[in-house]
Write a protein that binds this ligand. Structure first.
Ligand code: ATP
Ligand code: MG
Length: 278
């Protein structure tokens, strides 16, 4: 036995801002009271005949968790992929920390502190866990990869997220869906991110693992310097963990309200009403 089971009380450790996070003066006085981290205005996106997004306006502040909900095909992942620099919008603008920015690529968005856990995860099956963890940011010493150090740090970061991975040297293909999600979340969290985009991070997770990720998100919010957008289909989780909810329906945001001023019943009613009128 290498390590003791984490007890319920010990909870999840949240890594502090990374060393290169820059001067952060986010004296938070409550959820969502921080500086505006991201704003999109008038974003539209078509794929051939399909209008995936129509005149989207959305914003999120440091220290705030924004829940983005909507049915399959509503446009949630497309919006995330625009904010992360993967797709170009057809129109509209994106402001990062108040500055209008043309996101040229995922790497460019990342350099501005926008980190994403994609629904389709982007882990490399053939590589061990720790190399996935450091993908394209490998630690080196001269021409050599610092395997031992990467194993150590990946292992510590995964412990912090609180998910059991048998070994960081295991190939990712041998892991369960929930374990993969955990690696992707831990990897994104372990950066100097200012905006964290989570596209259904709970989808493949059991109750225990999902609960741990939710508590991690809550602790990240308390850190105060990170804006989080969480896509999830479980409305009760969204109402519990998010400060505010946006509902996306057929490519349009139709609802934007603090979680405290809505309920699972209301959100379900809004979505079901769509089918009654369809
Ligand atoms: N690369 C693409 N090429 C063509 N059409 C696309 C592409 N990506 C998304 N779409 C279309 O855009 C619409 C929105 O898709 P999107 O993946 O954003 O939905 P979603 O809200 O994330 O759904 P889900 O809850 O199922 O993940 C859908 O009609 C989808 O078929
Ligand atoms: Mg999606």
């Amino acid at each position: 036995m290498s390590e003791e089971e984490t007890t319920e009380q010990s909870g999840l450790e949240v890594p502090g801002p990374a060393e290169d996070a820059g001067p952060g003066d986010y004296a938070s006085t409550g959820p969502g009271s921080g500086a505006e981290a991201l704003r999109v205005e008038g974003i539209s996106k078509r794929f051939g005949p399909v209008t995936a997004l129509r005149d989207i306006n959305l914003h999120v502040r440091a220290g705030e968790v924004l829940g983005l909900i909507g049915d399959n095909g509503a446009g949630k992942s497309t919006l995330i992929k625009i904010i992360t620099g993967f797709h170009r919008p057809d129109s509209g603008r994106i402001l990062v920390a108040g500055e209008e920015t043309q996101l040229r690529s995922v790497a460019h968005a990342r350099s501005l502190g926008i980190e994403t856990v994609y629904q389709d995860l982007a882990l490399v099956d053939e590589l061990p866990v720790y190399l996935n963890f450091f993908l394209s940011k490998e630690l080196t010493l001269g021409p050599f990869l610092r395997h031992r150090e990467m194993r150590r740090r990946a292992s510590a970061a995964l412990d912090e997220v609180g998910i059991n991975i048998p070994s960081v040297s295991a190939e990712v293909r041998a892991l369960s869906g929930g374990q993969r999600q955990a690696i992707a979340v831990a990897r994104a969290v372990n950066t100097a991110a200012k905006v964290l985009l989570l596209d259904e991070p709970l989808a493949a997770m059991g109750a225990r693992e999902g609960g741990q990720i939710l508590r991690l998100i809550e602790r990240l919010r308390e850190r105060g310097d990170l804006a989080i957008i969480l896509i999830a289909h479980n409305y009760s989780q969204v109402v519990d963990v998010c400060d505010r909810v946006n509902l996306l329906q057929h490519g349009e945001i139709t609802f934007d309200r603090p979680s405290a001023e809505t309920s699972v019943a209301e959100l379900l009613e809004l979505v079901h009403a769509e089918y009654r009128t369809a």
